[in-house]
Structures are given as C-alpha cells and as structure tokens.
Design a protein around this ligand. Sequence first.
Ligand code: SF4
Length: 360
Amino acid sequence: MRFLPILSESEQPSSYFDIWMATLPMSPIEHGATCERCAMIPYDAEPRPETTTFSFRSDVKCCTYMPSLPNFLAGGVIMEQRSLHAKEVLASRIDFGSGVTPLYVERTALFAHVYDAARSAFGRSASLRCPYFDDNGRCGIWAHRDSTCFTWFCKHGRGKLGWEYWDAVRTYFQHVEQSLAIHAALSLGVSPSTIGKSMQYHRTASGERVVSEIVECERASLGPLPSSYNEDWSLYFADCARFIRSQSTIELFKVLGSKGQALRLVVEERAKALTEGSWPSRMKLGKFSIKRLKTGFYQLISFSENDPVAVSSDMWDYLSLLDDTTLDDLIRNAPSSTREQLTPQVIRTLMDYGILVAVG
Ligand code: SF4
C-alpha cells in the first residue's frame, strides 16, 4: 500500500479505498514511493546514479493536484473529527459553489485548466499545491482521498508492470466512485435529470467550464437538491457518506454492474502479469528515451520521468546495439564486464521497465 504523504505509517488512518483493495487479488506495496523522505527530492550533494534528474519541490511533493471528491468522500471529510484544515477548505469550496454538484465537489475549472496546460510543472510548482495539503506537509483528507491520490506512486517496484497495474486499479476505482455517488444521490432523492446534468458537467473539459466559473458561479444550473435539504450541501454530502457506509459490500458490488466486472477483470489480468515469472523465447529493445547523467550512467525512461532505470555506460553501449535475441545469447554475447552485470534480476528489471520487451 502507498504510505504517501506524509504521516508515518502507524499514524495513517485507513482509507475508504482500503476496503476495495481488500476485494482485489493483490495489493502490492510500493516500497520505493517513500513519502516521509520523498524519493523525488535529491537530499545528497552527489545524486546516486539511479536518482532521477527530475525532482519535486519539498513543499509540495506529488501534491500538485486537486481531487474531485465524490459526494460520499466529501461527506466523509465533513464528518471526520480530526482535520480542521481540510474541513475549512471543503467548506469554502462548497461556499464558492462552482463545480459543486450532487455527485462531486469537482476540482475548480481554473485549477484543472492550468493543471492540464502545465503537466510538466507536476511536483514543481507551489501554484499547483493541493488545497487539502496542510502547512505541516500532510494530506488533510487522507482517509477520504480520491482514486487518483490513492493509486498514484512516483516509483514502482515492478516498473511499468506496476504502473499498468495501478492504472487499471485507478480506472476501476473511478468507476466505483461515480457509481456509488450516483447510487447515493438517487437514494437521497436527487432527480435523474439533475444527476444527468452533473455527469455531463463532470465530463466537460476544463476549458469549456473555466469561463462560466470565473464569470459567474454556475452551481444553480446543477441543482436543486431535494427540498428537505434546503440547499444545505454539507448536510447532503454527510448523508451521502452515511448512506454508503450503511450499505453492504454485496449491495455495492451490484451497483457497479457489468462495467465494474469488466474493469475488475482488467485489474486481475494486470495482477497476473505481476506474478508471472516466465522468460520470453526472444526479446528486443522496447521504446524509451535516454538521458546521459554527469556520473556517466544513462537513464532509460520508458513510462515515467519519475521512474527511470539507470545503467552503466558499458551496459548501454551493449544494449544500444541489441537486435532480436534469445535470453542465452543476450548473456553469452555480452563483453565480460557487462556479462557480470547481467544477472537474472537485472534482466528482469529491464523487462519490467519495458527496456527489453518480448518479441511477438
Ligand atoms: S488530496 Fe491529499 S494526497 Fe491528494 S493531492 Fe491533496 S494533499 Fe495530496
């Protein structure tokens, strides 16, 4: 499990999605994503060869993101006793109004627009700091963070394979979020047409939302709540959380429907790929970019700049000339100094990170 920002493991409250992780076939622990001592911040004067050349700011780490909280998670924050900061942020977010719908407290359109336009600023800009990140460098809504925060890691023990696994979990959990948010809203009496408008809003690109957000608050067009709430959105979100907590896992699984089953099967497939240990009969170089480090090492970046593989210059000289090969030939044809480095563990890592890929 990801013990990310920011509390020590023993202090971490369990998250809503821990319950759903327990229903999946595996829950790999990403030991490399160390938030107490962020793996993306260079602490040493001399960076290690495997250290990425791309680093994060220590005052934001990976929290240069703003989640869209589904109604039942927003309600969890409201009912939570421990995080005053997060409660205040959420209260002012609800008060602001724009993007507050019966299904989600959406991230603001302005934030989403800047975030989408400046992806390379991730981890490096205080302007993108998550409002729920408190002054002590802690996530104020840890137990109620969204599917993206729950499944994102800067580093993966099994490289691209791990990244693909968590990507599938994220897609599945995004479906869980939306399905349960709709289930709660319908059960509390929100009209189907209002839910339809909220879903449409959730899908609308930030660029189309941003003008109406900065010119006028548009929540009025996404309401109303059932009259019993008297437009008390905080009470409504808290009731969503209470309602979802009252449902059994079996009832919630039914709400996910056949799409939920299909997305879960994708997660199971990716989990299987993580446990398979066989070698392909032939392999070749995959697709990746290369950076030469001052140390003489080379970084090979296949799926994320946060998570490169570093190899010695000898190793790169050999790999760069590689053609379609068998495992035996890969080892046999290497110069002796490189052959010593080509242990089964190293070859497995090169495959996990997509530097070597199976032919066919
Ligand atoms: S919700 Fe928490 S984990 Fe997610 S970006 Fe904000 S502070 Fe970080």
